[in-house]
Write a new protein. Structure first.
Ligand SMILES: [Zn+2]
Length: 473
């Protein structure tokens, strides 16, 4: 059913081979057009899958909504162009050549490239990459095929980031597919669309600035670790007071940072993030151009929002540390710590209680000093089938679960349900109770601001439970 995904992978792989074999501009352009046609098909398919899943508040900016953004080009401050999509590709036009900031998803890259080149012809001399995530570097190989001398500028930790994401690609891919079932079964393994293999020509280390002038336009590439990883690099145009922020602020500006990612990846250091925010606040930008969604204009508003993000991050960090020192349990802190009203930022991407846990375990690891059993691989889950027998089978457990559900305690209910299902995996009443618990959790998550990862996970589990129930019926 999703065979054309495979077609896309094969074609994009072929695109590279064809180009190098043919070695002509015509061959490359033909292959770009084929990649664009299949990429557009992929984007449309994903948008169709996502549209009905969007919450009633779809008018509100959500991360899932990124898939509905049409690819087109717009212009800012005269010389800055943007190709829109799931992620943006920016182009800064100068008389001495053009610079790119981020290159979007590989499936949208050929279209980005064609539209940007039409609007701003001329050679590309620099490609600045904000970090090693696939939605930001996916077009780099397309551009380099035409401009092999374009200098790639990235953070000094970019290569290490790319390396670990590539090494663990099967692991992360299977997790992402569980959350987003519309993704192809396997990642493309060769050609322009394959993840990885980029070697920056300029690596910018923390604490330094890479300054250059191109066609009279001054550029400063600034390391900004924290946020979406330790390899974040932003680009500052001091003459225009424009800040290309990549994912530094996350997709929803302003928001609580996403220190913990549900799909995996390394923890993001809040202390480094606060220091990076201090550095960027001091620039007092007039325009922030993020790599997702739209630019934000206005120094006063930008500085206030950045300051709120900085203070909220520091607050969560400091409260967690204080709680740890006061001997409070992690679980108590996950429940207790709340943002003060003046710092109540969106948790649509970063979730406060998950950040608390991330900070705790970042500093003190996963051993919570609560039980000897934490140290060994035998989990209480391994004993669920026997626990289910002891408690008289699924019936009493399901009754307990419903009691908790009636009291609005879906988390506790889920524990009872999991024990019941471990004994009898097909038990219809237990599956029905699980569906109810998941729906309660989803309702709560939406009411609390609709964290994209949490609602994505819950929707995926609801779908799996409905399927299991359908199979029972
Ligand atoms: Zn991104």
């Amino acid at each position: 059913m999703r065979n054309w995904w495979k077609g896309l992978a094969v074609l994009l792989a072929g695109a590279t081979g064809g180009y190098f074999m043919a070695g002509t501009d015509l061959g490359r352009v033909l292959e770009e057009r084929q990649a664009e046609a299949l990429g557009s098909l992929a984007s449309r398919y994903v948008a169709e899958q996502v549209r009905p899943q969007l919450d009633a508040s779809a008018a509100v900016k959500t991360v899932a909504g990124l898939n509905l953004i049409e690819v087109e080009v717009d212009r800012f401050q005269g010389n800055i162009l943007r190709a829109t999509g799931v992620a943006n590709t920016y182009l800064v036009q100068t008389p001495a050549g053009n610079l790119l900031f981020d290159t979007g998803l590989s499936t949208q890259a050929a279209q980005h490239k064609r539209l940007l080149q039409k609007a701003a012809p001329g050679p590309v001399t620099h490609i600045v990459l904000s970090h090693s995530h696939a939605d930001h570097i996916g077009g780099a190989k397309f551009w380099r095929a035409e401009f092999p001398n374009a200098q790639i500028i990235a953070h000094a930790k970019f290569r290490a980031g790319q390396q670990y994401l590539k090494a663990l690609q099967p692991h992360f891919w299977s997790r992402n597919r569980l959350l987003y079932p519309f993704m192809p079964e396997e990642p493309p393994e060769s050609g322009f669309a394959a993840y990885g293999g980029l070697t920056p020509d300029v690596e910018v280390a923390d604490g330094t600035v890479h300054r250059f002038i191109l066609g009279g336009v001054a550029f400063e590439a600034l390391p900004a670790p924290g946020a979406e990883g330790e390899d974040n690099l932003v680009l500052w145009l001091p003459q225009q007071r424009a800040l290309f922020s990549g994912d530094f602020f996350g997709p929803l500006f302003p928001m609580l940072p996403n220190l913990f990612t549900l799909r995996g990846e390394k923890f993001r250091d809040p202390v480094a993030y606060v220091a990076s925010l201090d550095r960027l606040i001091a620039l007092r930008p007039q325009m922030v151009l993020p790599s997702h969604f739209d630019p934000v204009v206005g120094e006063e508003r930008l500085v206030a929002d950045m300051q709120a993000m900085r203070d909220a991050t520091a607050y969560v960090h400091d409260q967690t540390v204080a709680g740890m020192n006061a001997g409070k349990s992690l679980w108590a802190l996950m429940r207790e710590i709340e943002l003060p009203p003046e710092l109540a930022l969106s948790q649509g991407h970063g979730k406060l209680s998950w950040n608390v846990r991330g900070i705790w375990e970042h500093y003190s690891t996963w051993f919570h000093f609560e039980s000897t059993t934490e140290l060994y691989p035998t989990q209480v889950r391994d004993l669920y089938p026997e626990l289910a027998t002891l408690s008289g089978g699924a019936g009493p457990l399901i009754a307990k679960a419903w009691q908790r559900l009636d009291q609005g305690q879906p988390e506790a209910a889920l524990h009872f349900i999991e024990i019941a299902l471990a004994g009898e995996p097909q038990n219809e009443a237990a599956l029905q109770a699980r569906l109810d618990a998941l729906r309660q959790l989803l309702q709560r998550a939406v009411a609390e601001g609709g964290n994209h990862s949490e609602t994505g996970w819950l929707k995926s589990r609801i779908q799996a439970t409905e399927q299991a129930l359908g199979a029972e019926a």
